[in-house]
Design a protein around this ligand. Sequence first.
Ligand code: BT5
Length: 261
Amino acid sequence: MEISEIKNHLSAEIVGEKFFVYDEVGSTNDVLRELIGDGLAADGAVVVSDSQTVGRGRLGRKWLSPGGVNLYLSALFCPEVSLRKSSVFTFLASCALVEVFSGYGVEATIKWPNDILVGGKKISGVLTELGTSDGAVDYLVIGIGVNLNLPEEFIRREMEDISEKTTSLSILLGEEVNREKFCAELINALDRFYGEFRRRGTGAIVDMWIEVWGFLGKEISVDVSGEVVSGVVERVDANGFLYLRTDKGDLRKVIAGDTVF
Ligand code: BT5
């Protein structure tokens, strides 16, 4: 990825003010954490890599990260936010992604908590990791993987078990995507939503997210550590926790899990 080409499209204030571009890393989240440890990364710092050898998802899952085709980005946020509310930053990234996809005429949807789908197929995922001390948030590292020019053949050949559930922007558009431009657009969108958070707090991000997510008042099923909880989404609180009314009439609070369809 060409750093100068990314900069050409940047209009962000804080996010991407400092950024680091690599050809290959283990995981951009780890590189950013090392830079933080070395005192080289401040609020808004961004790490981008052309490929990742050990890209990861949540709960030790793998994120397939072939070189030269996709976007692997980690952004550092040092907000005043409590531990309880930190998952709102996953929402912030999801809103930014949906907005950028819509600029390409692609209607993306959010699968709670961290997947971005188009036509039911995963195109992007968000991995939020925290740095804490004494129970308080020092920083958040938001890792984002986006399938940009991932070819159909790669998906068929290398992603057998999930090939039916995976897509990329180039497949949807039928043409190559300029990765640098997309990267800058995503940084710009993250910056705008971060500005919104700083002005109006987590509640504003949750409200926007609820709107984009679109499942308030609808029934969903969530896998919570192996137990599937189904119910109508009665509300989403300011921490981003879901409240599901089950058919037995109980109200179940869901903090973490995976949506199942
Ligand atoms: C995620 O986890 O979706 C978060 C992915 C975050 C990746 C970024 S890349 C930059 C930064 N550096 C990192 O090391 N990670 C972040 P999760 O919800 O746990 O989903 C993981 C699952 O998605 C896997 O188990 C596969 O089923 C599927 N998957 C793996 N690679 C994929 C890909 N390239 N495209 C679509 N689905 C994929």
